[in-house]
Design a protein around this ligand. Structure first.
Ligand code: GLC
Length: 434
């Protein structure tokens, strides 16, 4: 297919393969009604009825420096912030619309401020940009699969010119890659039905983006959504394939491989509760334990995990989400090196958890309590230089006794005299191999 340059691909994705842990931020006008970013579509809300939120948007406590600080402590290596969601509201100062944050009472360019705050703490920056737009007059309305007016007979004869929309959309993407410094990720969302990469003139778009920012990593949603994997998986990458597959709300059972059986880059995006945008009565939050364990699982399968927060109308990360981030930070303080910049180990998954690897270091992540000795599966004692408990750096001796001698091909260490784990969430044993 057209212009796929493997060495350029490998060079631009090198950091991303190591990053492993990203923070997704969904924020926009929809934080005010607080029923999720799809509310216009779900509730068939007209443009006029959505307008009051625009006039009301003050985001009085918006302080992206605080978001960045929390993210840094929790070990996030990159952020992806919604520059524009499906509702068409722009959190950046676009020259092509007035439906933007700088025209609300809030009056600020949120994209510029968020990027600056995260760069400041050394976190790579990405922007989410919806190629779908429910605000633009020239986006398909009636009969579309998702548009809020899709079944409103008043829009049956709605005249639109998709090229006019495409012109707008392409220009906005070029604004983002021209006016906001170096971007590390562009996260498009999403192609569906006949509105595929071709219909969105994806090739042209990517060509122009790559001219301005050759290093930027792009997801696969110019060709797909969470549904479908796109041409990356067909081992025929082209300009619109993107650089990684973006499964949603799932950790793929074995990781993701192309039809030749080679690993492809992927990133699972997941919510902390059941919505991306802020929903005031959704308290169905996952535990920090679950998120940490799913991050470990993801890395052991060669993927990245993009965890979402949805700041509220005031611009604050909801308390419950902030608490989860703090708990993740407490684990990361001692165990970060066992996930960030690591990848899958070429060893069978142990029964008690997962293994990740960085060079000669293997990290055994112990989720289940052990009786007796912990088997370092896949390793013979002579392959091991030393073993340490990550949480305090203490030495773990290889056990050789009348019990372990029955398994000469395995190595065992003793975690302690009690069955309880030092860290019930994930106790990490670092094995230095020879
Ligand atoms: C989706 C949704 C959306 C969300 C996103 C995150 O398919 O349309 O609201 O922003 O994907 O992955």
């Amino acid at each position: 297919m057209e212009n796929f340059d493997l060495s350029a691909y490998q060079a631009r994705t090198a950091w991303y393969q190591k990053a492993r842990f990203g923070l997704f931020i969904h924020w926009g006008l929809y934080a005010i009604p607080a029923r999720g970013e799809w509310l216009r579509s779900n509730e068939r809300i007209s443009k006029e009825d959505y307008r009051p939120y625009f006039q009301e948007f003050t985001a009085a406590n918006f302080e992206p420096g605080l978001w960045a600080k929390k993210a840094k402590a929790a070990g996030f290596q990159y952020v992806v912030f919604t520059a524009k969601h499906h509702d068409g509201f722009c959190l950046f100062d676009s020259a092509y619309t007035d439906f933007k944050s700088t025209k609300t009472p809030f009056g600020r360019d949120a994209v510029a401020e968020v990027l600056e705050a995260f760069r400041e703490v050394g976190i790579k920056v990405g922007l989410y940009y919806s190629i779908i737009d429910w605000h633009h007059d020239h986006y398909p309305h009636f009969g579309d699969r998702h548009h809020p007016m899709r079944d409103n007979p008043d829009f049956k004869d709605h005249q639109y010119d998709f090229d006019t929309y495409l012109d707008y959309m392409h220009k906005q993407v070029l604004e983002l890659v021209s006016n906001y410094g170096q971007l590390d990720i562009l996260w498009f969302d999403f192609a569906y039905d006949d509105l595929n990469a071709q219909a969105f003139k994806g090739q042209e778009l990517v060509e122009q983006v790559r001219q301005l920012q050759p290093q930027v990593i792009i997801n696969n949603r110019l060709e797909a959504s969470g549904e479908g994997f796109g041409s990356l998986i067909e081992a025929k990458p082209g300009l619109t394939s993107g650089d990684f597959v973006s499964p949603e709300q799932i950790i793929p059972p074995k990781g993701i491989f192309n039809i030749k059986g080679e690993r492809v880059l992927w990133e699972s995006c997941i919510t902390l509760n059941d919505h991306w945008g802020y929903v005031s009565n959704d308290h169905n939050f996952k535990s920090s334990k679950l998120i940490i364990r799913k991050l470990v699982e993801t890395v052991s399968k060669g993927g990245n995990l993009l965890v979402n927060v949805g700041p509220n109308a005031l611009g604050e990360i909801p308390k419950e989400s902030a608490l989860i981030l703090e708990e993740i930070a407490a684990w990361m303080k001692y165990n970060q090196e066992s996930v960030i910049a690591t990848g899958p180990a070429d060893l069978d998954k142990p029964e008690f958890g997962y293994i990740t690897q960085k060079g000669k270091a293997l990290y055994y992540h112990v989720f289940d309590e052990i009786i007796g000795y912990l088997p370092l599966s896949g390793l013979k004692p002579k392959q091991i230089e030393k073993v340490r408990l990550l949480v305090d750096g203490s030495e773990l001796l290889i056990e050789k006794n009348w019990i372990t001698n029955n398994y000469p091909d395995l190595s065992f260490v003793r975690l302690g005299s009690k069955a309880t784990l030092v860290d019930p969430v994930d106790t990490v044993v670092k094995v230095y191999t020879k």
